[in-house]
Write a protein that binds this ligand. Structure first.
Ligand code: NDP
Length: 292
């Protein structure tokens, strides 16, 4: 019997960002490759904005199977791609690129990760739901576009900066089937009683040691609502704890982060993602981080 030669070359994926040193995605993806016996590597790479063109050319030259993009490249990368998925085009942001032959195809898994966590962890079907989203940045855009495309009924965008909130609301009204309203966020926000889903899509809650929670009237949260946070670390934010105290169902941002990675893993490898392994790997990284 002839012995099969050992393959030295690994398939490569990774992330380009600046800053990127503390990006935890590599730990989760490498754990998934190991669990599935795949000879793949995920490499965390510091790429400055001025070097993105060269980095994308390098990606092609070195036959990477794909790449994640984080701050500040999610929009700028689009010009270097051969194709962009319709939802990512609407958001104007790509966070995952996969390679098909010589073509680089961009998509956005942030909103899809939220949707999968909503359906699988919270067991909530977004169809027909009335949604309030706090924030109008990248995470809010990704989540609201996917909710709109999944037949949610109505979205209220609540944001501190008028122009940003109005821009997202206009995009939702003009480019998706949903009806959206904008509410300026200049005082404690009273959540309308008919809200089904309340989502914090701001960075408020990243600092667990202080009274860091979105400025809303918590007495307006009802037991029938599903209250979601995008903050993955700490997953059990003050916002979610206050919502639980009101009897609401809650969903943390760790699940969203795991599922967006799982969708990328499946896009690249064609193999079902080991969700539990990825979840455990990320939770372990976060548990080991020193608190601020
Ligand atoms: P952006 O900078 O694009 O947007 C931030 C949004 O939060 C803006 O609407 C901003 O309002 C609002 N905001 C920030 N600080 C405050 C404040 N003190 N008071 C009121 N509003 C505030 O960030 P992203 O959308 O990319 O990220 C937001 C959060 O989502 C981050 O913490 C990130 O870690 C998390 N995230 C989680 C993911 C996951 O998988 N779990 C995936 C992606 C992001 P304004 O327009 O007024 O500045």
């Amino acid at each position: 019997m002839t012995k099969k030669p050992k393959v030295a070359r690994a398939e490569l994926v990774g992330v380009f960002g600046d800053p990127v040193d503390e990006n935890p995605t590599g730990v989760m993806q490498e754990a998934a490759f190991a669990a599935k016996g795949l000879h793949w590597r995920y490499i965390t790479l510091l790429v400055r904005s001025k070097d993105l063109a060269a980095a994308m050319a390098g990606l092609r030259a070195m036959s990477f199977k794909g790449i994640n993009l984080t701050i500040p490249h999610k929009n700028a990368v689009i010009r270097y791609l051969d194709e962009v998925a319709p939802d990512a085009t609407l958001m104007g942001a790509v966070n995952t690129v996969r390679r098909e032959g010589h073509r680089l195809i961009g998509g956005n898994t942030d909103g899809k990760g939220f949707m999968r966590s909503l359906r699988e962890d919270a067991e909530v079907d977004p169809t027909g739901k009335r949604v309030v989203v706090l924030g109008a940045g990248g995470a809010a855009s990704a989540i609201t576009v996917e909710l709109a495309l999944a037949d949610a009924t109505h979205i209220t965008v609540v944001n501190r900066t008028l122009t940003r909130g109005q821009t997202l609301t206009k995009l939702l009204n003009e480019k998706t089937p949903i009806k959206a309203d904008f509410v300026p966020w200049d005082s404690p926000y009273a959540v309308p009683a008919d809200t089904d889903l309340l989502i914090n899509a701001t960075p408020i809650g990243l600092h667990p040691d202080v009274d860091d929670a979105p400025d809303i009237d918590y007495d307006t949260i009802r037991a029938g609502m599903t209250v979601c946070d995008v903050i993955p670390n700490p997953p059990h934010t003050l916002f979610l704890r206050r919502a639980e105290a009101r009897g609401a169902q809650t969903l943390d941002g760790l699940g969203m982060l795991v599922y967006q990675g799982a969708i990328g893993f499946e896009m690249w490898t064609g193999v079902d993602a080991p969700i539990e392994v990825m979840h455990r790997a990320l939770a372990k990284v976060f548990a080991e981080e020193p608190s601020e």
